[in-house]
Structure formats: C-alpha cells, structure tokens
Design a protein around this ligand. Structure first.
Ligand SMILES: Cc1ncc(COP(=O)(O)O)c(C=O)c1O
Length: 397
C-alpha cells in the first residue's frame, strides 16, 4: 500500500458538486451513479490542503498575482516531466481552458470564418466555436481496431481552406484517449504552418499518461512550430482543481500572445482566483508523488474494467486509452439505437455517463466513462451494467 489511500473517499453529496448533486436537475432523476463529467472523486493530499488552509487563515483575499515561486515550481514540473519550458513571459492566466479557447477563437478568426477540430472530441470545442459565430470544420478521427488516428489526407484538405484560421487540438484526446506521437504532432504542425492555421493545443489531460506511453507537448516541437502555437495546461484535471478556476496558457510568439491577452481583457478578466494560485503552486510543488500513485491506481481501474468487460460483458467494446481517466466504449453490438442504449445505461444500470453523440455526429452508440473513482464504486457500476446488458439481451426491457 502506498502513502495515499484512494479506496476511501468522502461522500460528495450536498456539496454543490456538479457531478453528484445535479442528477435531478439535469437528468430528471436522482438514482444514477455519476461517471460523466471529468472530475475525480479523490480528495487532495493533506500537505496541499495545509497550504490552502494557511492561505485562508491569513484572512485577506484581495487581487493576487502569482509570484516568482509560482513560475519556478511550474517550470520545474514541466521541465522534469516533459522537457518543456514554462516561462513567465509566455504565460497568461485564465479562469479555465475553455475560456482560453473562446478567447483564441475571437482573437484569431472573424465571425463566419472556420475553426478546425477532430471529432469525436470534448464537446465544448464545437459549442464554443458556434457560440462565437464561427463555423466548425471537423476532420473526424479514423478508427482501426480500437486505435484512433488523424486522417491526414482529410485533415490537410480541410486545413487548406483559406477560411480555416485555427485548429483546436486535444492531446491527450478526450474522449478516445489518444496521446499523439512526436511524428503525428510534427505532421499536424507542418500542415497548419503551411496553411496559416494557428494551433491551439489543449493539453489539460497531459499528466494522465499510462505505462509505456510518452506524452509529447506541442511546446517541445521545433521553434518554427511553437511560434505558431498556443498551449493550454491546467491543474484542473491533474489535481481536480476545476472549481478553483485557473489555467496556464503558454504562447511563445509575442504577436499572438498580445492578441490573445487583448481578447482576455476584452472579456473583462484580469487577476486570477487567489486560492487557485495558492492551490496550483502547492499542487505542482508537493503533488508529484501523489500523482504517481494516483496514476497507478487509475491504471488498476482501467485494467479492472478491461478484464471485467472481456469476461462479463463481451458485447461492449472498450477502447483502451493511452492517457486520460476517460474510457470510450462502443455499445453498437448490444444496442442499435440511442434509445436502446439509454434504456440499458440509464434505466437498467442506473449510470450517468456522457453519451457519444455529444462528442460528434456518428458516435451515437458510444458512451464515455469516467473511471476516476474508487475501485469499489467502479465494481458496483460495472456489475450493474453487466446485469442491465444481460436483461436487455433477454428482451427484459
Ligand atoms: C479536453 C478538455 N479541455 C478542457 C476542459 C475543461 O477545462 P476548464 O475547466 O479549465 O475550462 C476539459 C474538462 O473536462 C477537457 O476534458
């Protein structure tokens, strides 16, 4: 047993938790086990909490900026783990990655122009583009034997449309779990540079990488490519700090950085959340060992789920992720319509998952599972799913 206990977690009901407390409002029922939004069930380790408590004990929460130690600590994290620089000069703080994507869309395209994405992908990409009056162009990922890839021929064709100004990359890719290789990233970077398409690389899941896989940050590519890029990271997923609202946006190129900052200012945002700054610095400084143990636990959950499916629910096809705690599952062998899938998942198993259809057209018979929960919770959920699939097969529902 390690230093941290991931098997015993506090009850999250009645804490205003989006994941746990909004079943009735969002789904019309309160009997579902939540495995949807990318939010983990584990509390922060005591040493990080102590820093946050020290800060609250001070009692004053006026406008705050990160200090030199913030840049030293984050610089060390990204250098040691991914070999990349995290520079104060290149950094802009935002209240989240989605906020930054919205700001970049406005900074680098005009209304009616196009933004490229690769669906299935984290659904706020499409929403944010459309909500800002831009047009989504998707170069859908192609799948071969459970492995998703960029269809480079199609990607290049779409990127070469002069109306496409920005490509929003998701690496690691939510929901399919791909962690792109240096070769793939270089190819993406090259196509985008040739076609005057700026790359916004959302690397929010970069700290969740499974054994045998290497994460390559867009920032580690050749300077001519990083000069055309905006790279987003955040402690929101790694340390489950989403509610403290802080993301770090690295933009090496000065012209792009100033244009981005102008949009951020136009949205009326200046200083970041005070406790977000304290928690972020403390987490990256003290959370290395915690994250390593957490990753081993999550990989245990993934192995458990994968073996459970193979043995008990062979009709479901699990796409094994290379990174992220999100698992993409194909229901098409047990359900032929969205309604049928819903009846298995919601009515039968009583699980609250994210339906594939929200990630892009053509993925309606997939579901995304969030496995950042205790093994016990996962076991209960999977047993319930197994029983629901089996009753469904017998025509019980
Ligand atoms: C790929 C990706 N980007 C961004 C976010 C949200 O980031 P934020 O809360 O910082 O806006 C998520 C959350 O699930 C995500 O999966």
């Amino acid at each position: 047993m390690g230093k941290y206990d991931f098997d015993n977690v506090p009850d999250r009901h009645n804490t205003g938790s989006l994941k746990y407390d909004y079943g009735l409002k969002r789904m019309g029922r309160s009997d579902l086990m939540p495995m949807w939004v990318a939010d983990m069930d584990f509390p922060l380790p005591k040493e990080i909490l102590a820093r946050i408590k020290d800060r609250t004990d001070h009692g004053i929460f006026g406008y705050t900026e990160p200090g030199d130690s913030y840049y030293r600590v984050l610089g060390q994290w990204f250098k040691e783990r991914y070999g990349t620089d995290f520079l104060e000069e290149a950094n802009t703080l935002t209240p989240g990655v989605v906020f930054a994507i919205a700001a970049a869309i406005r900074a680098f395209s005009e209304k009616g122009e196009k933004v490229l994405i690769c669906e299935p992908v984290y659904y706020p990409f499409r929403e944010t583009i459309e909500d800002n009056g831009r047009v989504v162009v998707s170069s859908n990922l192609s799948e071969r034997n459970g492995h998703y890839e960029i269809d480079f021929e199609d990607f290049e064709k779409k990127a070469s449309d002069p109306a496409v100004k920005l490509f929003v990359l998701c690496n690691p890719h939510n929901p399919v779990g791909r962690v792109y290789t240096r070769e793939e990233l270089t190819r993406i970077a090259d196509i985008c540079l040739k076609n005057d398409v700026i790359v916004m690389s959302d690397e929010i899941h970069c700290d969740f990488i499974y054994k045998g896989v290497t994460f390559t940050s867009f920032l580690s590519l050749d300077e001519k490519y990083t000069d055309n890029a905006i790279v987003c990271t955040s402690p929101g997923k790694t340390f489950n700090l989403a509610g403290l609202q802080l993301a770090n946006i690295q933009i090496p190129n000065k012209r792009l950085r100033l244009a981005f900052r102008k949009e951020k200012a136009a949205a009326g945002y200046s200083q970041a959340n005070t406790l977000g700054i304290t928690a972020t610095e403390a987490a990256y400084e003290l959370g290395g060992e915690y994250l390593d143990e957490l990753l081993a636990y999550l990989e245990g959950n993934l192995d458990y789920m994968s073996q459970f499916f193979a043995k008990e629910i062979p009709g479901l096809r699990l796409i094994r992720p290379e990174g992220t705690y999100l698992v993409w599952v194909d229901f098409s062998r047990v359900a032929s319509t969205r309604e049928e899938m819903r009846s298995i998942v919601l009515d039968g198993a009583k699980l609250w998952l994210d339906e594939g259809g929200i990630f892009g057209k053509g993925f309606e018979l997939f579901e995304r599972f969030n496995i950042a929960c205790t093994r016990e919770f996962l076991r209960t959920a999977l047993e319930s799913l197994r029983d629901a699939v089996s009753i469904h097969k017998k025509g019980g529902r």
